[in-house]
Ligand binder design. Structure first.
Ligand SMILES: [Zn+2]
Length: 473
């Protein structure tokens, strides 16, 4: 996510009061009855995100959106594996549910709170079972709040589902946490006058009367918050570079000048993807590109294969969101406290891109930023190894995060640093990783202890001393 070039983003941080349903493990005395899956996956920042006991393999989302009513209705098939014996389990969905089937058998369901959908299959699941869970739902996502966020973004001619860390529960049932990735088919029906853009590759579009149904497929694993669709009127351009198809869409609702500038910047997506692949190793996905919306959104987001932007006025934003395809989308956080691995790294790639394209050297940028921020106490107070739920998008996560990487580059040398980044994205490709794992790999690649360095740059509540060890001399 990048929110530095736009003002007006309202991220309200409201204390989440998690009412975990009491574990009502069935109590047959002599018969072993499988217990319930837990309502959260175990992320302390958002205890209800994701769910225990299940591992989703694939989502087949079929949604229909009606602009006049603001109602989204859909049927999603969630193919999941039970990781333990389950008498019941949960998915995350904020919309009202009308029916659930598990492997073609009607299943009992309830909503213990708005976010949780609790499903009791007719036959309990055994650990290792893979089942198709079909959920039917309908409701108006606009105005629905979860964790202090109202993330539905639509007006009477455009919808874009883009947000972080939460977006999926407003439009499909999911195991909503980046530690459970899955492949996706996204099929959306809307007015035939509009187009639908989503992740991955366009499979097809069929028109029936006044409506069109468009099908997109993501064949590589994707975190739920990175899945999106946009329904609107777009200028679409596509092509292929280095065997990677690219697809760029710019909203026709944008003013002509914004449209022109956005088009020019987004049309560099293929070139920038290629430049990043040269630094980081093979592009992890089957397609690239981007979408620019006219909706009043205060940030850009790294939706997998197709980041979404408001009017794009700055190439560095494109570098940032495409760098996330490696840092965040392919290598995803293990827990949200690991957000430095996304934002610090994407911001650092902006610095590197500027260095290679006529801007200041990374080290010059580091020195200037260090002096510029030296007396900013709040900047240094954020602990990048655990910033806290309300600060995962704090400026320090981005800027101090990128400074830490430039300092590391200076400390261990460019050759080892490049090897470190390339090894990191290769080892954790399409998987999850944590800050301590990065620290250990850095020490291994550099062949030296770096605990003092990482403490100074990520954790200490004051500026690192300007030493050789801290990469500042
Ligand atoms: Zn970002």
């Amino acid at each position: 996510m990048s929110l530095r070039r736009w003002v007006g983003l309202t991220t309200t941080t409201v204390l989440l009061v998690a009412t975990l349903p009491a574990g009502t493990a069935a109590g047959g005395a002599s018969v072993r009855v499988p217990g319930p899956g837990s309502p959260g996956i175990g992320d302390p920042y958002w205890p209800l995100d994701g769910n225990g006991g299940i591992d989703v393999q694939h989502y087949d989302v079929h949604d229909r959106y009606v602009f006049d009513t603001g109602v989204l209705s859909g049927t999603t098939t969630v193919t999941l594996r039970a990781t333990t014996d389950l008498g019941r389990f949960q998915l995350d969905l904020l919309l009202p549910v009308t029916a659930v089937r598990v492997d073609d058998e009607p299943a009992a369901f309830s909503k213990p709170d708005r976010h949780e959908l609790q499903i009791t299959p007719a036959t309990p699941l055994e650990a290792g079972d893979v089942v198709d869970v079909v959920v039917e739902y309908a409701g108006a996502p606009g105005g629905i709040e979860y964790a202090g966020e109202q993330n539905w973004l639509a007006d009477d001619s455009e919808v874009v589902t883009m947000n972080e860390p939460h977006m999926a529960p407003w439009w499909f049932p999911s195991n909503d946490h980046p530690s459970d990735k899955a492949t996706f088919d996204v099929t959306v029906t809307g007015p035939a006058t509009h187009q639908v853009v989503s992740n991955g590759l366009l499979v097809g579009r069929t028109v029936a009367g006044a409506e069109a149904t468009t099908h997109w497929r993501s064949a590589r694993p994707m975190a739920t918050y990175l899945a999106f669709f946009a329904l609107g009127r777009y200028e679409v351009t596509r092509g292929v570079r280095d065997k990677i198809p690219w697809y760029v869409a710019v909203s026709k609702e944008l003013p002509a000048e914004s449209r022109r500038i956005s088009r020019r910047n987004l049309h560099r997506s293929d070139e920038i993807t290629s430049w990043l692949a040269g630094r980081l190793g093979r592009y992890p996905f089957e397609s690239t590109g981007g979408l620019s919306t006219a909706l009043p959104v205060g940030f850009a987001l790294e939706n997998q294969t197709r980041p979404t932007y408001p009017g794009v006025y700055d190439t560095s934003i494109v570098v940032h969101e495409l760098a996330h395809q490696w840092f965040g989308d392919s290598v995803s956080v293990d827990r949200w406290r690991d957000i430095w691995l996304n934002e610090g790294f994407a911001t650092f790639m902006e610095v590197l891109h500027a260095e290679k394209h006529g801007g200041p050297s990374g080290q010059q940028w580091l020195r200037d930023t260090y002096h510029g921020r030296y007396v900013d106490r709040s900047f240094w107070k954020v602990d990048l190894t655990a910033p806290g739920r309300g600060r995962i998008f704090d400026d320090a996560v981005y800027t101090r995060g990128a400074m830490a990487l430039q300092a590391l580059r200076h400390r261990i040398g460019g050759r080892d640093f490049t090897r470190l980044l390339r090894t990191w994205v290769r080892q954790h490709r399409h998987a999850n990783a944590s800050v301590p794992e990065f620290r250990r790999l850095a020490e291994q690649v550099a062949g030296t202890r770096l605990d003092g360095f990482f403490r100074a740059w990520l954790k200490a509540p004051w500026p690192p001393r300007a030493t050789v060890r801290n990469g500042l001399r």
